[in-house]
Write a protein that binds this ligand. Structure first.
Ligand SMILES: *Cc1c(COP(=O)(O)O)cnc(C)c1O
Length: 372
């Protein structure tokens, strides 16, 4: 079986260094909020090109804490609207509702699956306070257009960069386009810890300080509590492991992009919709804005295709089978209709792509799909 994502093999590549890093933490006697977290925050901020990075417990918390901090700063009131793509992973939306804000779901662009700029502007009301731009599957949303609209209407821009570490346009990376950005280092993400982890990046010193305090019981100084905070911190051991993996992130992205190019050139089926780059043809010179966390194709006979691939020992996944507004958790939105989003959820299929997918497996996948 060609696995969708072989985490064991991915981390085995760095086994010695990962063991050395965890040993360093074990032997230090210091496990929370120490040197490893400080160093990782600095290294990841440098990587993204931002002034600040705050480590938190996971990606969902990163998004929750950004919105919570803006509430604390008086930028949101309960019930204010935040625009978010209807086809995103549910975490983007949970972060909004957990802050008692109102998600305004907007259909994506049919080609890139990221926010449709036209529909985004139509969705703005006097209650709109922010846009949450999700870089879905690893491709940067149209941040230039989004930032222009945000400026025109005085809105905050929050990036959900959980799938897009390292994606860049004109040399500016995911996490450095909005007012603040949430990252996830869930093990399966492009930069994955060996457990849960996340971070916020921003260029706003005050925001960074407030997020850091809220994530630490609302305290910037020990036993002095300025906010009714939570406990959402990045562990020393995960920070140490992430420092190892960050060094290899660019190489891993390159491998993903090479696979994406080979799939695009090799798969010749008119019935399949291949990923489309907003920057141009899917070729080496245009690919920096997509780090291919997922390689998502569309097929009107998706279930049949998936079954066929499983029979041929190729594991695929569906990101995602059910749209957020169709989930039981949001049953109050059952009346809403997003035809394109629903169609996308019925047709998408994610092919294996990873830093350790071999060229033989890649070619076999292309071959098998061409015979469907
Ligand atoms: C993974 C993911 C998250 C949440 O990250 P966790 O670390 O799992 O909490 C948020 N948004 C998107 C788009 C994701 O893919």
């Amino acid at each position: 079986m060609i696995p969708f994502l072989d985490l064991k093999r991915i981390n085995a590549q760095y086994r010695d260094e990962l063991i050395e890093a965890s040993t360093r933490v074990i032997d230090s006697g210091w496990y929370v909020q120490g040197e490893e977290v400080n160093a990782f925050e600095k290294e990841f901020a440098d990587y993204c090109g931002t002034k600040y990075c705050v480590g938190v417990a996971n990606g969902l918390d990163a998004l929750i804490l950004i919105l919570r901090a803006y509430k604390q700063m008086g930028r949101f009131e309960v019930g204010d609207e935040v625009i978010v793509p209807a086809n995103t992973y549910i975490a983007s939306i949970l972060a909004i509702t957990q802050n008692q804000l109102k998600p305004v779901l907007v259909e994506p662009d049919e080609k890139t699956y990221n926010l449709s700029i036209k529909l985004l502007e139509q969705a703005i009301t006097p209650q709109t306070k922010a846009i949450m731009a999700v870089h879905l599957y690893g491709q940067l949303a149209d941040m230039k257009a989004i930032n222009l609209i945000a400026k025109k209407y005085g809105l905050l821009v929050i990036e959900d960069s959980a799938q897009a570490h390292g994606a860049s346009l004109d040399g500016r990376k995911a996490g450095n386009w909005g007012d603040a950005s949430g990252f996830s280092f869930y093990p399966g993400k492009n930069l994955g810890a060996l457990g849960d982890a996340g971070a916020v990046t921003t260029n706003d010193e005050n925001l960074a300080m407030i997020i850091r305090a809220i994530g630490n019981y609302g305290s910037a100084k020990k036993y002095e509590h300025k906010f009714q905070g939570v406990n959402s911190r990045l562990d020393e051991i995960q920070a140490a492991l992430l420092r190892v993996k960050l060094k290899y992130l660019n190489n891993e992205i390159k491998h993903r992009q090479e696979i994406a190019i080979a799939y695009t050139q090799g798969i010749k089926k008119d019935s399949l919709l291949m990923p489309i780059l907003s920057s141009g043809r899917l070729e080496r010179e245009n690919i920096q804005n997509h780090v291919f966390h997922l390689f998502v194709i569309r097929c009107s006979e998706r279930d049949k295709l998936q079954e066929y691939l499983t029979k041929n020992d190729i594991q695929t996944l569906i990101h995602y089978p059910i749209a957020a507004h169709r989930q039981k958790a949001y049953s109050e939105w059952g009346y809403l209709s997003f035809p394109l989003t629903e169609k996308i959820h019925q047709e998408v299929l994610s092919l294996p792509i990873s830093p350790v997918l071999s060229l033989e497996s890649r070619d076999e996948i292309i071959d098998v799909i061409n015979k469907f």
